[in-house]
Design a protein around this ligand. Structure first.
Ligand code: SF4
Length: 357
């Protein structure tokens, strides 16, 4: 069967350019597995001495399985992601106890091992056992998305499937391990994340990203936004025709807009009952009617979800001077209610005021 030119070019390129790494010259599934676990989220230069140390101390899976866990953790020290070390040890025990010291020989069974995901299972299955199953790591995403001009989000499940399907369509039955190694090495050395040297690239004539000048845009990875929840307790304080407002400062949402005196709290369940500390100071001014508490408003921003509750205080107009002194001292402002209309306000405040009409 004739191979895609992309595959042929990679298979030609690989033997001439590959780095000589110790786990490349073996078909021993234990050594391949060891290298793959150590190299997860780790650069080759950093992981190599760890690999050598583990391979020397534990040349067989049985040696690792029977090693004391403190010793394994000590050897791992400095590599980070310590759950990987624990999984490594657990997996070695599992191979010895449940599989008689032999790694399972196919992709599906390999997935049952502790700490072995789709990428590692595909690597072991193809490198050690010659199974035709494609590995898809960051390098593979990058090379495929650029060469084939695919802009599907690689962080989405649909994107992952699309790239896996493509890689599995391309992988040749004759050389599955070599193809997997070749595409990953090509991504690591030639089609690098930043400024790849496309002018020297053997794939450039067929590369869509190169032709359409989209190399820097591919692959597409949409970061999931972290949504932060915040809980605001507002005090809507009025006194005759006046209302207390607060101009929002720098370094937070709604800078320069006006809202009300408020306190931010950490516990959502307290929002309804909670009263800001400044209320006790307000009480010292004399007459203070706690009129009512609003329902809890939910307000959604790009990175934040605000839950806000408003409590209304009506101060007797005879206390206007004291209230004015207090607002100034507290960094708030006392404005005539009709002027509120002209002040810039967050939509949350507009919504609340609208409900209060
Ligand atoms: S031409 Fe550039 S973008 Fe395309 S495969 Fe080669 S290095 Fe990657």
């Amino acid at each position: 069967m004739s191979l895609h030119p992309f595959v042929n070019t990679l298979l030609d390129w690989y033997p001439q350019h590959k780095r000589d790494l110790p786990w490349r010259n073996t078909k021993d599934p234990y050594i391949i597995w060891l290298s793959e676990i150590i190299l997860q989220q780790t650069r080759v230069a950093q992981g190599l001495p760890y690999f050598l140390r583990f391979a020397e101390n534990y040349p067989k899976v049985e040696n690792l399985a029977h090693a004391p866990s403190e010793e394994v953790m000590r050897l791992w020290q400095g590599l980070g992601y310590y759950s990987r070390a624990r999984n490594l040890h657990e997996c070695a025990k599992m191979v010895v106890d449940e599989f008689g010291g032999n790694f399972p020989e196919n992709y599906k069974e390999l997935l049952q091992l502790k700490g072995v995901g789709t990428y590692t299972a595909a690597a072991i299955a193809s490198f050690a056992f010659g199974q035709t199953v494609a590995v898809v790591d960051g390098n593979v995403f990058r090379v495929l998305s650029r060469y084939f001009g695919i802009s599907t989000d690689i962080a989405s499940p649909a994107g992952k499937r699309e790239f896996e399907d493509l890689a599995n369509m391309l992988i040749p039955d004759e050389f599955p391990g070599t193809f997997n190694q070749a595409i990953m090495e090509f991504g690591a050395l030639q089609c690098t994340p930043k400024s790849p040297d496309c002018s020297e690239c053997p794939l450039r004539t067929g590369c869509i990203a190169f032709r359409e000048k989209k190399v820097a845009e591919l692959p597409v990875k949409i970061k999931k936004l972290k949504i932060r929840e915040r809980y605001f307790k507002y005090a809507h304080i009025t006194c005759g025709d006046f209302i207390v407002v607060k101009k929002r400062g720098e370094g937070d949402i709604w800078q320069g807009l006006f809202d009300f005196p408020m306190a931010e709290i950490a516990d959502k369940s307290q929002l309804k009952e909670y009263l800001p500390d400044f209320v006790s100071e307000l009480k010292k001014l004399g007459t203070l009617n706690v009129e009512k508490s609003s329902h809890t408003y939910k307000h959604i921003l790009t990175h934040q979800r605000i839950f806000a509750n408003f409590v209304m205080f009506v101060i007797d107009p005879s206390q206007i001077k004291q209230l004015n002194d207090w607002t100034k001292a507290s960094g708030f402002q006392l404005v005539e209610s009709y002027k509120l209309e002209a002040l810039g306000k967050p939509r949350l405040i507009l919504k609340y005021l609208n409900d209060e009409k």
